[in-house]
Design a protein around this ligand. Structure first.
Ligand SMILES: Nc1nc2c(c(=O)[nH]1)N[C@H]1C(S)=C(S)[C@@H](COP(=O)(O)O)O[C@H]1N2
Ligand SMILES: [Mo]
Length: 505
């Protein structure tokens, strides 16, 4: 007998269950890193439409950092749990990639086998019929088994909605939050309601998906389970196999949930290993999708003065006396004696450039959206000099120079292994170094850079999240390989297992 539910359908259904758990749990880790949701792009505290924190924040810029907002969630709930947004993001990337691949295979086979006719309604009758089912459910009744062929009208509508509307909505709004996408296709992010619109819609989509999952799983056990479960497990309706199907279903659910939780603890047991493995697994996907997206100057005309935010979040606080007396002296002096140390050992010589020196180079200015990987965003006008123009002062790039390292006067907010705090740094690939919108900014919104935003000079890399954009720059050096610096992962945030080198997502 030909099963109603072929093996591929049952397999992809099971895989979907495993993967959606990874996607949801890692998504919750990400939202826990900044449990506030906005529609407005400037993310001003107090303008959230939803928040999962009681703390009220002042609207004075630069007195707290977004990292302080990160919440620790139990590993039983999120992946991996305990304030690990970076690893959560890696899991999200891996989970989503596999989930989309599985979904693609499912949809292709659905059409190839003609089974799409069972879930996509082809007649308007589906609406009155679905309404009738709904009426029965609302009266705490259950439509008789003849309604299900194998799905009833209400199921068809909901499955079609989940597969062809909700899932694409989640995918499209997820993509809109990648800075690589924003700097290449800014109009697309605007269509999604900006970074915060996309983020909020993504969140609402997630909620709808959760409601669907709870109802779907619940109803499988309530509505004609003696038909459903054997169908789902063995592909045929054989009510004699109900007990067996029931046992296997419950056991599978328990094993999968146990597996999700085990992934959390496995990840937390060795975070550096987890980062290594996850980055290696997701690298091909990033190469295929994001890395070819070269930023386009068109972005500069996409945002106008009107878009400039009232409020700009801060990450990393102004250096204090225990961090850098040197920077404090420069600040007291109006940065007259401040010098950018440009070059590094690999270059042989080091140039010491004053702000005035930098200002003699061609100036560039644009309006761009800043996004922090934690989720907030802000639009500002940045003015400064292109990084590539500054590097040109050094002459040709040393042959061994494959990366550029930018180091701050300020220290990392905290070290992931609680050792003494070290200077904040970031490493850029040659691609990023040469992009039009990779600049050393000395102005924001036509004013000299504010103290908390990195005065006198900060990096802007518009094709990436904020964690690359070193503030209070001290030095810029050519280096051979980032493996030889810090913990060898390409920056303070990467070292803390927060990001993949050049994640751009
Ligand atoms: N020196 C230093 N630079 C830094 C950081 C930091 O902690 N220290 N945080 C980075 C991160 S994660 C972000 S999102 C941006 C925030 O920039 P803003 O404070 O100007 O908004 O700064 C980046 N540059
Ligand atoms: Mo950030």
């Amino acid at each position: 007998m030909n099963p109603d539910f072929p093996l591929w359908l049952r397999a992809s259904h099971l895989l979907n269950f495993v993967l959606i758990g990874i996607v949801l749990r890692s998504g919750w880790e990400i939202i826990a890193s900044l449990p506030r949701l906005w529609w407005r792009n400037d993310c001003k505290p107090g303008t959230e439409w939803l928040k999962f924190t009681r703390r009220t924040l002042s609207t004075e810029e630069g007195v707290y950092t977004s990292l302080m907002e990160e919440r620790s969630v139990s590993p039983l709930l999120t992946l991996p749990g305990h304030k690990n947004i970076g690893l959560g993001r890696h899991w999200h990337g891996l989970g989503v990639s596999l989930w989309m691949l599985n979904g693609l295979v499912y949809v292709v086979l659905l059409f190839a086998t003609g089974l799409w006719r069972r879930i996509i309604p082809t007649s308007w009758d589906v609406f009155p019929e679905a309404f009738e089912s709904l009426r029965i459910y609302l009266g705490f009744g259950i439509p008789t088994v003849e309604y299900f062929r194998p799905y009833d009208a209400l199921q068809m509508l909901i499955y079609t909605g989940v597969v062809f509307v909700l899932a694409p909505l989640l995918i499209l709004t997820g993509i809109a939050m990648a800075p690589a996408v924003r700097s290449r296709f800014p109009w697309y992010v605007k269509v999604c309601g900006g970074h915060q619109g996309a983020r909020s819609l993504h969140f609402i989509g997630m909620l709808l998906m959760c409601v669907f999952i709870v109802m779907h799983v619940g109803l499988v056990f309530i509505v004609h389970a003696e038909y459903n479960l054997p169908h789902m497990l063995f592909g045929v309706t054989d009510t004699a196999q109900y007990a067996q199907a029931f046992t296997i279903t419950i056991a599978t659910i328990v094993v999968v949930i146990g597996g999700w939780i085990a992934l959390s603890y496995l990840t937390l047991a060795d975070r550096a290993r987890a980062q290594r493995v996850l980055v290696a697994l997701t690298e091909p996907v990033r190469k295929l999708t994001l890395n070819w997206m070269k930023p386009r100057m068109s972005r500069q005309s996409t945002y106008t003065e009107k878009d400039i935010s009232e409020f700009h979040w801060t990450n990393g606080l102004t250096p204090t006396a225990d961090e850098s007396t040197e920077w404090l002296e420069h600040q007291a002096n109006g940065f007259r004696n401040w010098r950018l140390e440009l070059g590094g050992d690999l270059n042989g010589e080091t140039l010491n450039l004053s702000l005035e020196d930098l200002k003699t180079l061609p100036q560039t200015e644009y309006i761009a959206v800043h996004s922090c990987m934690q989720g907030w965003s802000a639009t500002a006008k940045w003015g400064g000099v292109r990084l590539r123009d500054v590097l040109a002062l050094l002459g040709p790039r040393p042959v061994d120079a494959h990366y550029l390292m930018v180091t701050s006067h300020g220290l990392a907010q905290e070290m992931y292994d609680h050792r003494t705090r070290e200077p904040f740094y970031a490493v850029l690939s040659l691609d990023m170094v040469t992009e039009d919108d990779t600049i050393l900014a000395y102005e924001r919104n036509d004013h000299p850079l504010d103290i908390h935003l990195g005065a006198p000079l900060r990096l802007r890399v518009e094709s990436n999240h904020g964690y690359k954009m070193v503030k209070w720059i001290k030095s810029i050096e050519w280096i051979k390989d980032y493996a030889d610096h810090g913990d060898g992962r390409g920056g303070t945030r990467e070292d803390a297992a927060l990001q993949a080198f050049n994640g751009r997502i």
